[in-house]
Design a protein. Structure first.
Length: 263
């Protein structure tokens, strides 16, 4: 009887260790951490006014203002951006369909051409409106485009972070994103990302993105009010700063249409 009890206790102790270890391993899954990080940012229904400042290597700045709105319809989040200032970009509009399970779709309307055109996949990695941000930076990253691994832990602004390396899963993904890998610093507690380092196709550091001034919004998610992208190779940088934020949008689905970009 005593031996039987020892075997039972041993079994439950072993089972407990397996369950705890499995739970810990799951919590350390870099793909899942990256997905939670992407989901922590509010990109559902919202409207905001944003300033985009573009700095050259000498520190000279150009400023652009744009209005943005987004809503989720089924499995797709639709986002509209319209530049309102200065005059040379006023009226330029961009529409993004950010799907959960497949590649995004993007369109741009240029007033000078009076034409709306679709942005093809190999243009995702190109600069967004002359800034150091890319077209791909304007939408939620597609988790399926990358392989992930945890490479270390580090403190950022006093917060313990996972350091996760993501590499494109295919040549198509590599070309459309425009970098060979990215290294993200993700808060271990709330999954907010504070910094991302991008490497060029030769494996050299290309850009450093910093994200800050996170503020909570409805539903337990967050939104960043400031984001900077610094080009480590040419000294240029660009800063996106949110001036006004409203957590809901009243735009209809029909308004999030390529045919509505010139309105």
């Amino acid at each position: 009887m005593e031996n039987d009890m020892k075997r039972v206790f041993k079994y439950f102790n072993t089972l407990t260790i397996i369950l705890v270890t499995s739970s810990f391993a799951a919590s350390q899954n870099p793909r899942e951490i990256s997905k939670k990080s992407a989901d922590a940012i509010a990109l559902g229904s919202m409207e905001m006014t944003t300033t985009l400042k573009i700095f050259d290597a000498k520190g000279n700045a150009r400023s652009r203002t744009l209005n943005m709105a987004s809503r989720k319809f089924g499995d797709v989040t639709k986002m509209m951006m319209k530049f309102t200032d200065p005059a040379d970009v006023k009226g330029t509009s961009i529409l993004i369909y950010d799907y959960e399970e497949r590649a995004d779709e993007m369109w741009i309307y240029m007033p000078a051409l009076k034409k709306t055109r679709r942005v093809v996949s190999n243009e995702r990695g190109k600069n967004f409106m002359g800034s150091e941000f890319t077209n791909a930076d304007m939408s939620k990253p597609n988790i399926e485009d990358f392989d992930y691994k945890i490479i270390s832990s580090e403190n950022i602004n006093g917060r313990a972070c996972h350091v996760i390396e993501a590499t494109p899963v295919s040549q198509e993904s590599l070309q459309s994103n425009g970098f060979s890998k990215k290294v993200s610093y993700i808060d271990k507690e709330n999954y907010l990302c504070y910094k991302i380092e991008y490497y060029d196709l030769k494996g050299k550091i290309l850009k450093t993105q910093t994200i800050g001034d996170y503020r909570p919004v409805e539903g337990g998610s967050y939104f960043y009010y400031e984001m900077e992208m610094k080009n480590e190779q040419n000294g240029r940088k660009s800063v996106l700063k949110t001036e006004k934020f409203k957590p809901q949008s009243e735009m209809t689905e029909a308004q999030f249409s390529p045919s509505n970009l010139d309105k």
